[in-house]
Design a protein around this ligand. Sequence first.
Ligand code: AMP
Length: 141
Amino acid sequence: MTVYDPNNIFAKILRDEIPSHRVYEDDAVVVFMDVMPQGQGHTLVVPKAPSRNLLDADAATLGPLFQTVQKVARAVKRAFAADGVTIMQFNEPASGQTVYHLHVHVIPRFEGVPLKPHTGQMEKPEVLAENASKIRAALAG
Ligand code: AMP
């Protein structure tokens, strides 16, 4: 199946039908914490416009999306005093995509600390809430 499914989990988060640890929202994007982080502060930037992934996205979605990716990358680097930031984005199952609404992973990186497995272990809600609050503060400051 390669059509957009409006009942994917991120579409439900965008419609506030299921909870998320939100960091930021504007007309074009929502930013929230990944529940199975590959590193401390792993954040997802999700455009509101529906597309399965980058391959079927409207080009007009990409400018605002990546402007926010840059803002969030700078904010997480500051919030966690990270040494670097990894940006990842998967398209279709062969690439590792598991949720079929376009999104970009923003992951703070620390020298010598490898990424944890993709969709590995669930993080505690209180840790996600605290990390979201640190990133919100960094975005505001
Ligand atoms: P991808 O494999 O690129 O489609 O990544 C999907 C990401 O969404 C994974 O990193 C999951 O840990 C994450 N994820 C899955 N369900 C949720 C959820 N309800 N809230 C936040 N992140 C989620």
